[in-house]
Design a protein around this ligand. Structure first.
Ligand code: TYM
Length: 333
């Protein structure tokens, strides 16, 4: 049986990187997967504290915003089991076991770890930052996930997930975990609007680098106007020579459902300045209805709580039953 599993950090409302790298793909799966495919979508709140604890109010708020954003974008809680990670204790329980099958050397080589640990002095790096990928592996494996839709930035983490599944099976001479496959979306890498060498990310201190689903028409327009271009004023698609303009073309293509060549053709008579305004319009046209639903949902905490409780009630028995089996296999019961 196919089990689709993915996670998203509660970093507040989703941005267009999350949307085109992941959410859009999820919405497609909701429509196209047969009824016996299980769909688990987890808001990974334990992962949110791996670079240090957040104030409780902020963490709770960020989870609420993420759930409201996902549901507003089209995640259907009747089809998708949408829940928060900490509500299912087996994620953390399996993390311990998997952590004992992994080496610190391998984890220290992870690009995201290398990157994020730079902000600390040697010896001050939180242990959770190092073991982050193990928790991610547990998220997938606790449901015996077979397919994991994620953006390109998760490729390295996914290697750890598949290797751990394999490692467990070999260690305990069983076939308990299937090998989870990474599923990429059409636009697996959305770049920062301010720097085409960086991905669009919540952790970028410059808010103009990303567009969030909660941005109003006005904000979208301002951010698009400020988007980086170059000294040439025609719109072309040349990723090597003109990466900044190329990224905007890719983004426009994703939003409008066109190919980059079609975008260039459509924009053949406008300057890059005008193109940025058209991009803003196109984004608002598609995302303004989502923003309005988002605001409505956010104003209704009871709805969000009910969604999360319902999701956890569906996920937990499955996680518990798999954890029982894992413990039996490994000699803990
Ligand atoms: P996170 O929360 O950073 O991002 C959630 C999803 O959005 C994708 N994404 C992007 N895709 C394209 N371009 C971008 N600029 C961009 N930014 C984000 C991510 O690839 C991801 O699919 N470690 C994961 C969360 C996680 C997880 C899991 C994923 C925890 N457990 C289990 C899958 C399975 C993360 O930090 O994603």
């Amino acid at each position: 049986n196919k089990v689709v599993m993915s996670g998203i950090q509660p970093t507040g409302v989703p941005h267009l990187g999350n949307y085109f790298g992941f959410v859009e793909n999820w919405l497609r799966l909701q429509k196209t997967e047969p009824a016996d495919t299980q769909l688990f979508l987890c808001v990974v709140d334990w992962h949110a504290i791996t670079t240090g604890p957040l104030p409780a109010v902020e963490l709770r708020d960020n989870v609420r915003k993420m759930v409201a954003g996902l549901v507003a974008a089209g995640v259907d809680c009747k089809r998708t089991v949408l829940f928060r990670q900490s509500a299912v204790p087996e994620h953390a329980e399996l993390t311990w076991l998997l952590g004992c099958l992994e080496t610190t050397a391998r984890l220290q080589r992870m690009p995201q770890y290398k990157d994020k640990s730079l902000q600390y002095k040697k010896g001050d790096v939180p242990v959770g930052l190092l073991t982050y990928p193990i928790l991610q592996a547990a998220d997938v494996l606790i449901y015996r996930g077979t397919h994991v839709p994620v953006g390109d930035d998760q490729t390295q983490h996914m290697h750890i997930v598949t290797d751990l599944a394999d490692h467990f099976n070999k260690q305990y001479k069983c076939e308990f975990f299937p090998k989870p496959l990474k599923m990429a979306s059409a636009l697996a890498r959305v770049k920062s609007l301010r720097d085409p060498t960086k991905k669009m990310s919540k952790s970028d201190p410059d808010a103009r680098s990303r567009i969030e689903l909660s941005d109003t028409v006005q904000t979208v327009r301002e951010k698009c106007k400020k988007a980086l271009t170059d000294t040439e004023s025609v719109v072309t698609f040349e990723m090597d020579r003109r990466p900044a303009v190329g990224n905007l073309v890719l983004l426009y293509a994703a939003v409008a459902g066109l190919s980059p060549d079609q975008v260039v053709k459509e924009m053949s008579s406008v300057t890059t300045g005008e193109f940025k305004l058209r991009l803003a319009e196109c984004i608002s046209q598609r995302f303004e209805p989502i923003r309005q639903r988002y605001e409505e949902l956010l104003a209704s905490p009871d709805t969000i709580n009910a969604i999360l409780e319902d999701g956890a009630a569906k996920a937990r028995p499955i996680a518990k039953s798999n954890m029982d089996e894992i413990k039996r296999i490994a000699g803990f019961s």
